[in-house]
Design a protein around this ligand. Sequence first.
Ligand code: CAA
Ligand code: NAI
Length: 247
Amino acid sequence: MRLEGKVAIITGGGNGIGRETAALFVREGTKVCVADYDETAGQRVVDELLAIADECAMFVKVDVSSAESVEHMARAVIESWGTPDILINNAGITQDSMLTKMSIEQWQRVIDVNLNGVFYCTRFIAPYMVERGKGKIINTSSIVGMHGNIGQTNYAATKAGVIGMTKTWAKELGHKGIRVNAVAPGYVETGMVANVPDKVLQLMLDKVPLHRLGRPSDIAHAYLYLASDESDYVNGTVLEVNGGLVI
Ligand code: CAA
Ligand code: NAI
């Protein structure tokens, strides 16, 4: 087992990539807090995991866009299981629109969840990791944060911002025993891509040398590497997992 005896918080663990990651991490010996806004999905994931191993998972409802809610989530995990070894800032949303049609609400909500959410979770968990002198923080960026994408001004800004925070925290916290890295997936088969028009999805697929979308497990295994001791000398990197969509 590559993560035996560790404790992980996975935001957005109720669906898609986060859900797959929660299952993989439990199989690798970790206790997982599924921290999600979607109570039904999050609780279902935890129920499935508890059938595999006793006390390997817990659900905490959180809205990562609220500092108060994140502080409550952090306290709940620490009171139950102590300082987490791993924080995966995976929760995210899209509200796509062309720049000239994008509403202020669409802009603000995506910033609140994808950018502020990553800051709040890390702000509340990192001090405990520092106190203990170790920890792994993994932020979820996107190919869109590196290259931009039509219809995603808000989302691209957040995912580029996540890379900036990743590198900043890698510099601030590296000598305190914390490793901070990001994963930048390409298009992955989850609910998030379900609303992408077929024409656009086909455009993307045509550019992927592997001729397939990413699978949640492709990203979960990248998280696993960055969460494990095997990546101890990896800090401040952005691991691209996109099948070669941009080469
Ligand atoms: N790449 C290339 N072309 C795109 C595009 C994209 N991402 N998005 C739209 N276009 C093209 C359309 O095909 C269309 O072309 P034609 O005029 O030749 O038909 C043109 O731009 C205008 O698009 P729409 O007619 O659809 O305009 P709209 O105002 O009705 O809708 C939109 C705009 C909401 C942005 C819609 O086009 C859309 O949903 N596009 C997809 C955006 C996208 O790729 N989102 C990714 C979601 S998954 C994700 O975000 C995860 C991740 O990190 C990768
Ligand atoms: P998903 O939509 O399947 O899952 C996202 C999860 O985040 C859901 O369980 C949702 O309830 C939760 N969430 C949303 N808002 C929240 C909030 N305010 N507080 C707490 N939880 C919240 O999406 P997917 O695809 O699994 O995405 C996971 C991460 O991967 C996101 O950060 C996304 O931006 C990123 N990503 C996804 C790609 C894709 O193609 N699917 C590509 C690149 C990055």
